[in-house]
Design a binder for this molecule. Structure first.
Ligand SMILES: [Fe+2]
Length: 190
């Protein structure tokens, strides 16, 4: 196991996890609580550890973006790609790809499920517009054919649900241990 990435993840959460999820658009839970709720929903659904890890880490790119962008209100911070950039050396595709695709999964679901859009929070509707809006039929077909598209859609649904004020979750340490196991299975120390 490479402990460096686990320590970096812990540091990002300790520096930025207390801010409101989705910054100034004010979801009703903190960024840390949102990540923990998302990971817990994945575990409750008996997802494999790689997908639980992806659920915990899917928004880590928002924290990375905070170091680079002054004004988060009017731009797409491309957090899914920033997250991939910091995770890709240490985690397998089963973690990386759902993180990379979770924004596209929202664009996909708004295209193929008419009821999905109605259930989005105001902040999620706001970011959807910045992220390109619903996919066209061709884009949706190409998305559905991608490896890990199904996992990205599962992650997206947990993401949308992981915004309940006051919901009890395991602590971050519990999921950091899971991350360590996923990482060491992928990259055993020589
Ligand atoms: Fe999220």
């Amino acid at each position: 196991m490479n402990p460096d990435i686990i320590e970096r993840i812990e540091t990002w959460f300790s520096l930025h996890g207390s801010q409101a999820y989705d910054g100034s658009r004010r979801e009703s839970v903190s960024a840390l609580n949102h990540a923990l709720q998302c990971a817990q929903l994945a575990e409750d659904a008996h997802a494999p550890p790689t997908l639980v890890a992806a659920a915990l880490l899917h928004d880590i790119g928002h924290f990375v973006a905070l170091d680079d962008l002054d004004d988060m209100e009017h731009v797409d911070d491309l957090h899914e790609l920033r997250g991939v950039a910091v995770l890709v050396l240490d985690f397998p595709p089963a973690v990386i790809e759902p993180v990379r695709l979770h924004v596209a999964a929202k664009r996909y679901l708004t295209a193929v499920e008419p009821s999905y859009f109605a259930g989005l929070s105001p902040a999620s509707v706001h970011s959807l517009a910045q992220q390109g809006g619903p996919m066209s039929a061709n884009e949706a077909a190409r998305f559905a054919a991608l490896p890990f598209a199904d996992d990205a859609v599962r992650l997206r649904r947990w993401d949308d649900l992981a915004k309940v004020p006051g919901r009890a979750t395991p602590r971050l340490d519990y999921y950091l241990a899971l991350l360590g196991e996923v990482q060491s299975a992928h990259r055993p120390m020589p």
